[in-house]
Design a protein around this ligand. Structure first.
Ligand code: PDD
Length: 290
């Protein structure tokens, strides 16, 4: 297997080094596009249908057409995975409105740009798993449609920079009332009086596919679940965790310099992570052998 990476752009697969879009692509000039990140384990995409449903919702919200019929997109994703040298991969899908002379409002019909890239799915280190992630909170400075998976991620980049400066892994946005919303690229959940709590789905958060999976697993394990606004200073709060395609479930053990609970990964978090990681391992194994 060659280690050269291959990307899909301008309707064809090309070596990543040669994969370019025009400077008048509206993604470049206006961040006029949306994206998805899907994990692929041994050739099986995790929750592909909900990811593509979310892509469709994002596209509909900004009036960009799906670049090709869904079965064709699924075939392209399979090909993109197969052309790259990773057993467990994260597959990035970006759709922009396309290429046109720069004007906010377009008067002509243009074809959307579809880009697909594939990278190794990152794994949290053993140390990170043992100690848990470290976070900071920041007042949310993003726009009012965070349910759309927009490629306009400048606020998230700024949040990540702030987190890094503070020696943290992630920055979590709070609303005017101090409610925890989500991270720059993650959702956040807490265990409060034994109940798994996370912000309800509205325009302030992305409906994370991993968040949904975590809530489902919790229900299967008989853990009570509640979607409601919550704050870090609630008396019964004993655990925090983040979820995302690239992290599965990861304990968050310090926020704003203070320990969460006893400062170690919590029991509920570890149960959810174990169950989720087991599912992912099974997918990966099935791909390897089947
Ligand atoms: N980020 N919230 C935000 C703002 C995100 O950007 C993401 C995903 C999530 C988690 O969603 P999911 O569980 O569907 O991955 C929540 C991706 C991974 C990224 O931007 O790389």
């Amino acid at each position: 297997m060659s280690d050269a990476l291959v990307a899909y752009v301008n309707n064809r697969f090309v070596p990543l080094e040669e994969a370019t879009v025009h400077i008048e692509d509206r993604g470049f000039q206006f961040a006029d596009g949306v994206y998805e990140v899907v994990a692929c384990f041994g050739g099986t995409f995790l929750d592909l249908a909900p990811h593509l449903d979310r892509l469709q919702r994002s596209l509909d919200a900004v009036a960009i057409a799906m670049p090709c019929p869904r079965p064709e997109l699924e075939a392209l994703l399979q090909q993109a995975y197969a052309r790259n040298p990773f057993q467990d991969a994260m597959v990035y899908i970006q759709v922009t409105r396309g290429r046109a002379a720069r004007a906010h409002l377009l008067h002509e019909e243009i074809a959307p740009t579809l880009v697909i890239t594939v990278r190794q799915l990152p794994q949290p280190s053993d140390a990170k798993l043992a100690q848990g992630a470290v976070g900071i909170t920041l007042r949310d400075i993003r726009w009012k449609r965070c349910d759309i998976k927009s490629i306009a991620l400048l606020a998230s980049v700024m949040g990540k920079l702030e987190a890094k400066r503070a020696g943290a892994d992630e920055a979590f946005w709070t609303d005017a009332h101090g409610h925890l919303l989500e991270g720059c690229a993650t959702n956040i959940l807490a265990v409060i009086d034994g109940v798994l709590v996370t912000h309800p789905l509205d325009h302030q958060v992305l409906g994370g596919i991993t968040r949904h999976m975590a809530l489902q697993i919790a229900a299967e394990l008989g853990i009570a679940v509640e979607a409601r606004p919550w704050r870090l200073d609630e008396p019964g709060l004993s655990e925090c965790m983040l979820t995302s395609t690239t992290n599965a479930v990861l304990p968050v053990c310090r926020l704003d310099g203070r320990p969460i609970g006893d400062g170690r990964p919590g029991a509920v978090t570890l149960r959810l992570r174990a169950r989720m990681v087991e599912r992912l391992r099974q997918l990966s194994e099935r791909g390897r052998h089947g």
